[in-house]
Structure formats: C-alpha cells, structure tokens
Design a protein around this ligand. Structure first.
Ligand SMILES: [Zn+2]
Length: 290
C-alpha cells in the first residue's frame, strides 16, 4: 500500500500493552514512531492502551500515564498533547492520579475505554470529568451504547473538548452520533477504523455532510489495526482536496492549538527508529483493516 499523500495528525493513538485480552497486543513508542514514519503521520495525540497491566492497581495507571508524559516531553513537536487513562475501580485514587498527571506531568485529560475500564459513561465518570473541566482539557471517549451519554457530558462540561473515537465504525454508530452530537461544538469525531469490508459503503462523505466537517479528524486506534487503509479511503474519497487536508491534519491542528497555541505541525516525516523492519510493524491482530 502506498504512503498517504498528505501529512496526517493521528488524534487516537495508544502506547502500551493491552494484556486483558488474549492475545495481548500493544506497541511501544519506538514501534509507533516506526509506523508513523512510513504512513505520513507527522504528529499524534497519544494515550495509554486500555486493558493494560493492573497488578499494582493505580500505580500501574501512574506508570502508563508517565510513559505518555515522557513521550510528550521527548518529542513535543510530534506529541503536543498527551492523555492519561482512567479505571472505574480506582475510584478516588484514580481521580487523584488523574489530577496529579495533569498538574505534574502536563497531560491534558484522559482516554476512557468503557468496555476495558469498567465504565458505563454515566455518573461514575463525573469525578474524573470535573478534574479535566477545572483545567479546561480534552477527553477521548470510546462509545458505550448511545452517544447521547457523551452529548450529556458535553453539555454539562462545556470547557472540555471531547473526541468520540471510531465515529465511522458502522452506519448505525454514525447515525447515532449525528442525531445526538451533530450540533455540539465541543464534540469532535475521529475516523479510527472503517466498517468491515462487507460494509461496502463507507460513509465519510455522508458523515461530513451531516456534521460539521471542521470537527472530523483522522485517528488510527494504533496499535490494533493497520490504519493505512483508512488513510487510503480518505485520500480516495469524494471529498475535495481542501476537505481532505482538513480531515487529515487541519481540524486536529485547530483542536491542538486550543491547548498549545504556538504548536506547528512538522512538515518533515518522523524519522523511523531502527530495528523495526517494514513487514513487521504492520502486523496486527484486529479483525478490521487487516
Ligand atoms: Zn482506541
């Protein structure tokens, strides 16, 4: 598959290991940067993988958050925004860790994967959202049922920018998001994963005709899938050249600059770390996009 033509910002990339599934899957920073280097992804919003190690409880979460913070400090041009992770069973200790990661590590909010963290996107997440709201930050939420739950959060916490992951997962998901979140200007959408190949009508054009194009962004959901397929679909969609640029990087640049006003998207490709041969870095075990 050919490299994408445009520079991309990936607003949905996970670093670390998912060990709560069989087989475990993950990527370290070097592996992700090797993927970035060969897929025209010039920058990313990174967060830990959900379902990570928890043998030490919130201390493991702290280690995951620190890994993201260190990546952001090491490569501020490539990773201008980092997010932590939350687990419902950590309760107050988890809220305290989130607060610490924002104050001490400079993370801007959190990523939540309800299926793997135990959340239901209901009232149990409010203590975490209150922390992010107080700092005016960003949350990447994976869906759990209807997106009406996220629309309710967006209304309650207007100073948080929300990204809904996988807005393009299926026609049903898209329709639900359009219905509940289409007019909320603090809800952004990412296109991580396309529908299964048998869902032959990828509805990117339809999606951007029904929600504001300015809030639709590329996301990879790395390390789970070969996201180059989504880039290929964006490049070859019926969107205009300027619309493709908006989805690939323009909209994400505007979102990132809400928090880092002076940040510029690097125009040079990421330099690939050594030790990751090309035929190895794209091996994934996701059913989609393989
Ligand atoms: Zn994800």
């Amino acid at each position: 598959m050919q490299a994408a033509l445009h520079p991309y910002i990936d607003v949905h990339a996970h670093i670390g290991q998912t060990v709560s599934r069989s087989r475990p899957i993950g990527q370290d920073l070097a592996r992700y940067m090797a993927r970035m280097a060969t897929s025209s992804v010039h920058a990313a919003i990174i967060s830990p993988t959900a379902g990570g190690p928890q043998s030490r409880g919130v201390l493991d979460t702290k280690a995951q958050n620190l890994e993201i913070a260190e990546a952001c400090k090491a490569f501020p041009d490539r990773f201008p925004v980092g997010l932590g992770i939350v687990e419902v069973r950590h309760q107050r200790a988890g809220v305290d860790e989130l607060e610490r990661s924002i104050r001490e590590d400079g993370l801007l909010g959190f990523m939540c994967h309800p299926i793997l963290s135990g959340h239901a996107l209901e009232e149990e997440l409010n203590p975490f959202l209150e922390v992010v709201h107080a700092h005016g930050g960003l949350c990447l939420l994976h869906l759990s049922g209807t997106s009406a739950k996220i629309a309710a959060y967006a209304k309650r916490y207007p100073d948080i920018a929300f990204i809904i992951g996988h807005a393009s997962m299926s026609r049903e998901v898209e329709q639900d998001i359009v219905e509940h979140c289409g007019s909320a200007d603090n809800i952004w959408l990412d296109l991580a994963q396309k529908p299964d190949p048998e869902e032959d009508l990828w509805t990117l054009h339809e999606l951007v005709s029904r929600v504001s194009l300015s809030r639709v962004m590329f996301g990879s959901d790395a390390p789970y899938y070969d996201y180059r397929r989504v880039q290929h679909l964006i490049e070859n969609s019926s969107l205009s050249e300027s619309e493709v640029v908006q989805v690939a990087s323009g909209n994400a640049t505007i979102l990132i600059r809400k928090f880092k006003p002076h940040w510029e998207l690097p125009m040079a490709a990421v330099e690939a770390p050594t030790g990751h041969p090309d035929n190895d870095i794209w091996i994934t075990n996701g059913r989609r996009l393989t």
